[in-house]
Write a protein that binds this ligand. Structure first.
Ligand SMILES: [Zn+2]
Ligand SMILES: [Zn+2]
Length: 449
């Protein structure tokens, strides 16, 4: 790939002394209190608490031995809605929401208007991101023209222009023959094929999970086999072509089982899961709140438990938010007519910390690993807290309690499925590519001298 994989807007390099922060980086094997100096876009020094002197008037951030310093999170599945749907989100608001959620980088989906399916469009979008993006952004291009499933895009040319891979997300690649061709090209030009799995002959017309709740509400359901049969089919296709496939937003037990089997056979597959599928179920749809409507739909509690176990065991490699903003008037319609999707960048960490770590389902270190692992799946460097590494870190207060959305959102849209929930764990500061890109409003820093 010729072009730089991630692009971001101009930033002022940070000059920071993070004093007595509890550094937690499972990959670097650190779980202890340290002073950390950030200078010239890298982690310049690590020392025992109190060991590093504030000698050149840099900004001092007090961690009180309490606040956790984590590698910045990475989200491989975000809808920035640009070009064409800037009333929902744009490069600036979407990456601001990411920074507020502690994300130091993300990958944007190509189901924009027009669909990102040509090299000139990718070039102009990357140019715009180089002016407007607050955190580094990478792009997936479409697998097929217009994501219509009929004709492959110019995959090699798109790779040259910087595409990290390909997806028709929002839609499945319904034809096995078409996906087979795409996988053959993937082997030649590299990158990752990311798959939104849905058999539209099974999901057709559905607005929620097919089960007891859809029957009670009288809403047409989407059966989980709509997803799981496609996961099994496409894992087999990827194996047959010795290609690299990534499975997006898994939602049910059968899909986790299909990935586990593919991995056991040594196939080159990876998978992601969203915070909402890890924390919510079809029961949350009973009130017919359209913020609970997304694809794939929220399934049963047994499915949810399989996803947690899959994430814990490593069958599922990473967390991805599938941040999908929609304008208020688009969501304020009857449930069956509402568009699919929930926002998620600003709540991901706190929702998972509250719902999985505090309940004992997952260790904090493992959650941090899974919230950063998306980068490596797309052949990008994984943030690491070590001397000389790029300064990509997030400072969080694990004791802070807040209500999601009570102080508004950085995203242009507010269709968050966790809105109104009491959460614990708050992002205080996000540093990425060496610059401070987010500071929590109430978080006071002591600027020295
Ligand atoms: Zn999707
Ligand atoms: Zn998506």
């Amino acid at each position: 790939m010729a072009a730089k994989p991630l692009v971001h807007g101009p930033q002022q390099p940070a000059d920071l002394l993070l004093r007595d922060v509890h550094v937690l980086d499972p990959r670097a094997g650190i779980d202890a209190r340290h002073d950390v100096r950030v200078r010239a876009e890298v982690i310049a020094e690590l020392g025992a608490p109190g060991a590093l002197q504030n000698d050149n008037g840099e900004e001092v951030v007090e961690g009180h031995g309490r606040h956790r310093l984590l590698p910045a999170f990475f989200d491989p599945h975000v809808h920035l809605r640009t070009p064409g749907q800037e009333h929902k989100e744009d490069l600036e608001t979407g990456t601001r929401a990411a920074a507020a959620g502690g994300f130091g980088g993300l990958i944007a989906m190509p189901n924009t208007d027009p669909v990102l399916d040509s090299a000139p469009l990718l070039r102009s979008l990357r140019d715009a991101a180089a002016r407007e993006a607050r955190v580094p952004v990478g792009f997936l291009a479409a697998i097929t023209r217009g994501s219509e499933g009929e004709q492959l895009t110019e995959m090699a040319e798109l790779r040259q222009e910087g595409a990290l891979g390909f997806t028709d997300d929002g839609r499945p690649v319904q034809s096995a023959g078409m996906l087979r061709k795409a996988l053959q090209y993937q082997r030649l030009c590299g990158g990752v094929i990311a798959l939104h799995e849905e058999d539209r002959t099974l999901s057709r017309g559905g607005a929620m999970h097919e089960g007891a709740v859809s029957a009670a509400l009288g809403i047409t359901g989407i059966p989980t086999i709509s997803e799981s049969t496609m996961v099994a089919r496409d894992a087999a296709l990827a194996s047959y072509e010795d290609a690299r496939a990534h499975f997006q937003h898994l939602s049910c037990t059968a899909s986790v089982d299909a990935i586990a089997e593919a991995k056991a056979r040594g196939w080159k597959v990876s998978a992601e899961v969203t915070p909402h599928h890890l924390l919510l179920t079809e029961e949350d749809v009973r009130g017919m709140d359209t913020r609970m409507k997304m694809h794939p739909p929220l399934a049963t509690d047994a499915d949810r438990r399989s996803l947690i176990e899959g994430l814990r065991a490593g069958t599922i490699d990473c967390v991805a938010t599938d941040h999908a903003p929609h304008a208020r008037e688009e969501k304020e319609v009857p449930f069956e007519q509402a568009p699919m999707g929930t926002t998620g960048l600003e709540t991901a960490f706190a929702a998972l910390y509250t719902g999985l770590v505090l309940t004992g389902a997952l260790e904090l270190g493992l959650l941090v690993e899974r919230m950063t692992a998306g980068a490596g799946l797309f052949e990008l460097p994984t943030p690491r807290i070590a001397v000389g590494e790029p300064a990509d870190v997030t400072l969080v207060d694990l004791e802070a309690e807040w209500v999601a959305g009570e102080r508004g959102w950085e995203s242009r849209s507010e269709n968050c499925c966790f809105a109104g929930r009491a959460l614990q764990g708050r992002v205080l500061l996000t540093v990425t590519a060496g610059a401070v890109v987010y500071r929590e409003r109430a978080f006071s820093v002591v600027a020295s001298r």
